[in-house]
Design a protein around this ligand. Structure first.
Ligand SMILES: [Zn+2]
Ligand SMILES: [Zn+2]
Length: 214
């Protein structure tokens, strides 16, 4: 079976985990959440000797999407995701430049994603899970075969996403984690938008936000 490989590149002052993800068999890749620091992302692509076919976005916050339009222009590849409910964020990326991210651009995806959609890179297939709460259009990319999920700012090692930003909702976020993430299975590895990687099992057992009851 073909394997997924991932290289995490922390970008922007928010240390956002831009993830270069590729199919080992074909060396076809996606860049997930290119928030900024484009030269570092381009270095990672060159070092990995992969061909980028697409850009995937988990949600519309500036630290995740700030360099998406520039990267698309350079690589001539389409942008997929997030869910359409984050349109209002993607249209106001430039006003968020005051958060210390330079050259952030508004961005329009080529394909909006919804629950039950599937996206592909090389021979890998990821299911799209709509997980609102951190932002209304947050999505998670989950490969049941690879036991791997890219969860954006929905769930972190030892924490969960903020829900005090525009369109955020704490109850909705907990429901997304309970109904969409925990059922993926304890052996599933997660790459979060910030901080270290983890697994669903580790978070189910030790994440204080999940222990207090969902
Ligand atoms: Zn966010
Ligand atoms: Zn973030």
């Amino acid at each position: 079976m073909t394997k997924a490989k991932a290289l995490i590149v922390p970008v922007t002052p928010f240390q956002q985990n831009c993830t270069l993800l590729w199919c080992e068999t074909t060396s076809r890749a996606v860049v997930i959440d290119p928030g900024g620091d484009l030269p570092r992302i381009e270095d990672a692509i060159a070092q990995s000797r992969v061909t980028v076919d697409k850009i995937w976005l988990t949600h519309g916050h500036v630290d995740h999407v700030g360099a998406a339009a520039d990267l698309k222009a350079k690589l001539k590849v389409p942008i997929e995701g997030p869910h359409r409910a984050d349109l209002f964020l993607l249209q106001h990326v430039e006003t968020a430049a005051s958060f210390g991210i330079e050259n952030a651009s508004n961005v329009t995806p080529d394909r909006w994603l919804e629950e039950k959609d599937q996206v592909q890179v090389g021979e890998l297939t990821f299911d799209v899970l709509h997980c609102p709460g951190h932002s209304p259009g947050s999505i998670v990319y989950f490969s049941p075969a690879q036991r791997l999920a890219i969860v954006g700012d929905v769930l972190f090692a030892g924490s969960i996403g903020r829900s005090d930003l525009p369109g955020g909702n704490h109850r909705q976020l907990l429901n997304s984690i309970r109904d969409k993430l925990l059922p993926m299975g304890d052996d599933v590895a997660i790459i979060s938008g910030h901080g270290p990687t983890s697994t669903i099992g580790r978070e189910r057992a030790s994440n204080p936000f999940l222990r207090s009851g969902l």
